[in-house]
Design a protein around this ligand. Sequence first.
Ligand SMILES: Cc1cc2nc3c(=O)[nH]c(=O)nc-3n(C[C@H](O)[C@H](O)[C@H](O)COP(=O)(O)OP(=O)(O)OC[C@H]3O[C@@H](n4cnc5c(N)ncnc54)[C@H](O)[C@@H]3O)c2cc1C
Length: 477
Amino acid sequence: MSEAIAFLPPRPEVLSRRAEILADLKELVPPGRLVEDRNALVPFETDGFIAYRRRPLAVVLPETTAQVAAVMKYCHRYGIPVVPRGAGTSLSGGAIPQEDAVVLGLSAMTRILEVDYANRCATVQAGVTNLAISDAVGADGYFYAPDPSSQLACTIGGNIAMNSGGAHCLKYGVTTNNLLGVKLVLVDGTIIDLGGKHLDAEGYDLLGLVCGSEGQLGIVTEATVRLLAKPEGARPVLFGFDSAEAAGSCVADVIGAGIIPVAIEFMDKPAIEICEAFAKAGYPLDVEALLIVEVEGSDAEMDAMLAAIVEIAKRHGVKTVRESQSATEAALIWKGRKSAFGATGRIADYICMDGTVPLSQLAYVLRKTSEIIDRYGLRVANVFHAGDGNMHPLILYNINDPDDAAKAEAAGMEILKLCVDAGGCLTGEHGVGIEKRDLMLHQFTQVDLDQQMAVRSAFDADWILNPSKVFPLEGRG
Ligand SMILES: Cc1cc2nc3c(=O)[nH]c(=O)nc-3n(C[C@H](O)[C@H](O)[C@H](O)COP(=O)(O)OP(=O)(O)OC[C@H]3O[C@@H](n4cnc5c(N)ncnc54)[C@H](O)[C@@H]3O)c2cc1C
């Protein structure tokens, strides 16, 4: 385990009052919804960024917006830090607490409050999982588009805080493009509504601000999200290449030609082997890089789009083109891709990096990534949303070896800087959290950051909401 990333020191005046705070919080949530036992707190010490952990002061699991508001009002009054948490799948350490923080878990708020087909939207509590929304409306021919690979577990509140994406966001956009409104509990317990069922925001676009704010502007307790009608048909197709560079250049040319499939996912050879061993999806094992391209629409629309993509792929020396022949095969292809992180976890610990680059730089950044990884003597598997230029090098290492962990972190930081230097940015969909916090000045000037911190301070003057995240510690106002 590495300790390169610092947390703010815990506030002694909060730590010393733990017993009193626990007694007070117990009054604010239903019986059984306060976690105080030190062993029971262990699952809340970390999230998907497992290299770091801190035991929180306590965890509360409210069931209603009113209970969330009561907890916020109390913590605000006594200056107690609060870390909102959905399912704890964040890969940037966004939900890792610090020792003086109350974790405000939304996972007990799992009710789908309204499905409104006339307005093509659904209103759900923040703890509803991403997939549960599509499951609830699927039989009626609708779905919720953003589809993070963690969608079975991650919550809509976490998706909003991280502005999460997924394989199918190339065509449909990420969370912010599919979010219509939220109920938000402010730091002092005030409850406000932003947006609604209508398409555009009234006044300032505060909804846009909250989406991606990593739990630092307020607690989302309800969300109204857009529902889309399912397409007539969809077909994933496998394109195998002799080099990662050829696959990367093919992606740039497909998008450059004005063709927007629903998804273009990339896997390099290590990722193909890892995913195939897990999912038996029929991925070709004799290629260096694989693209999963999904098209949708009527048969004629899909045929026309595919023909155009195949022509471009041929120009890049495509070696294998295989269309899924059945719904079962299509499901297996996606199972392999969506299980990539879990399947990688079967063979090694890993840090999942998340940077975005302009498509024209994909091939260059892939080549440079390999050079960085080789220099550190590490291994990498690349599996990512290529159509969005959103790269996910999974750097394999041994979490129990501090040297290995330090090397993995250092290599990851170099890769993220490479993304920025290539004209991209530090994050595609996993947020900044603690992981990328200390690189923010590589992306932004101090003046840029000061503006962002001023916005944060306007919502939370004392910075008690999700402290230690997003902004370099020394830069706080
Ligand atoms: C195997 C795996 C695959 C993944 N694939 C993808 C992917 O394809 N695309 C993608 O975008 N991400 C992906 N992720 C990352 C992660 O799933 C997303 O960031 C997700 O949105 C986090 O949701 P969560 O409910 O787990 O939130 P948490 O991890 O609990 O919290 C994430 C952040 O949101 C804040 N937060 C949580 N709930 C609320 C709330 N109600 N109000 C305010 N703030 C809140 C937290 O404080 C924290 O900062 C993946 C993760 C894993 C482990």
